[in-house]
Design a protein around this ligand. Sequence first.
Ligand SMILES: Nc1ncnc2c1ncn2[C@@H]1O[C@H](COP(=O)(O)OP(=O)(O)OP(=O)(O)O)[C@@H](O)[C@H]1O
Ligand SMILES: [Mg+2]
Length: 504
Amino acid sequence: MSPSEDWRIRVFDSLSFPTLILDTEHRIVAANRKFLERKHIPEEMQIVGKTCRDIFRNGHDPDLPCLRNDCPLAQTIAQKTGHSLLRQIRQEDGRTRWEDRVFSPILDDRGEVSFVIESIRDVTKTKQLEIMFQGISEFMDRVIQSSPSPIVAADRKGQVLLMNRAAENLFGYRVEDVPELNIEALYPVGVAREIMKKLRDDSFGGHGKMPMTRVDIRTSSGELIPVEMTAAIIYEGDEEVATMGIYNDLRERLSIRRKLMEAQAQVVQSEKMASLGRLAAGVAHEINNPLTGILMFTGMALEKLPPGSSLRKTLHCILEDAERCRDIVKNLLVYSRQTSTRKEVFALNDLVEEGLRLIRDQKLLMHIDIHKDLCRDSIQVFADANKLKQVMINLIMNAIDAMAGRGTLTLRTYRNEHRDSGCIEVQDTGSGIAKEHLPRIFDPFYTTKAPGKGTGLGLSTAIGIVKDNNGSLTVKETGPNGTTFLLELPLVHAAENGFPDSIG
Ligand SMILES: Nc1ncnc2c1ncn2[C@@H]1O[C@H](COP(=O)(O)OP(=O)(O)OP(=O)(O)O)[C@@H](O)[C@H]1O
Ligand SMILES: [Mg+2]
């Protein structure tokens, strides 16, 4: 043995992992000491000449690739490059070991494979750590996924890395959208940058953290949703590697708060209305008596005047104005609900017909197309029919006024099964109600009509009557093409309860 060969054998023997040298026929040429120890083989010569399959004694193991095309030894020989095979080995004591068998070709002067070195490394510890880490990571994934709070994480460039199910629901994206998604798309323009700025600002909840902050987020459909969010930068050492945000949808909370404020406003409004009603009723009573006198004495004076008297015209003017005053007083009394209510069962279609009949004669309707879209079967409601006629007249008169005498008036009746109600819609093709007027149209004395043309009591009277009958009166639609008022009354069997959320 030459000194250099001796040196090589010593290197081979002192390798700290079991190693074999095989020829291209898969036969063992040499085995190092570590290999013999591991396999409890006392003499190298006992295995030289055998195939590696013989040595590993599991020639019939279907998991071993020895007889298959993917045998790494065969591949190393064929491709002249290194290959490896990770094997899970069940030991006699029942424990599992992991081996990484690495095959490296030894090439001759012509570049052909003459031998292959197979070294076996025990990677059980690494593998166990890997399995444990995978378990932790899967567990963490499940924790994040099942969190009811929406969570989003993104890399340094804002590319979304993770979006849990709650976040998918909030933002309206699906899991397959995530790889294409940048954090900027989740907020209105500039907000994502603002959040990053706060995250890096020491004075804002500490470096890398953003405490609960109120922002709007943007969904996939472009809808803006109010949320509260906290955010953090995820560091590896000192380096920023990702950011994450946890959100809290505020829609429900804000809607409850809004409803509460509306309810408070309604209480204030109805108190205002009640005192206004008492005032109106008092004034109406006081005026009623002198007014009856004016009407009576003017009528008497007219009777006494000769037919050609120049005073007749003046007295007629007094009579007309006094009659107008009487109508106003009558309205005021209805508005302040000083008249009693008499409920009966009647059909909605009859109410519509009756309302129309009461104004049909007037020349007001001359250039108006009346379109009736009435429900075929009878919708029976229980309410004060007489007062509701007044409501119909007020709504139809308003529609006619809005169309300045020309247009289409549609009267529609239908049943709303869901709300147990009968509905009447009064639709016009008029000018519509301006946004700034809309909140006030049901207020008493609120009118946009010229002085002398309207008292502003029509809708406030109507809504008073409708509420007394457990119904609701609302503006269903309004715009440059016209307005639709919706009058809803409870069906006979629901009349006592009214609608749980009746408004207007
Ligand atoms: N169909 C409608 N189209 C457009 N605006 C309407 C309509 N109905 C009501 N309005 C608006 O609501 C205001 C209040 O209506 P309301 O019936 O209470 O009073 P009015 O019609 O002005 O006076 P009155 O009814 O005493 O003659 C109106 O002045 C008008 O501005
Ligand atoms: Mg009116």
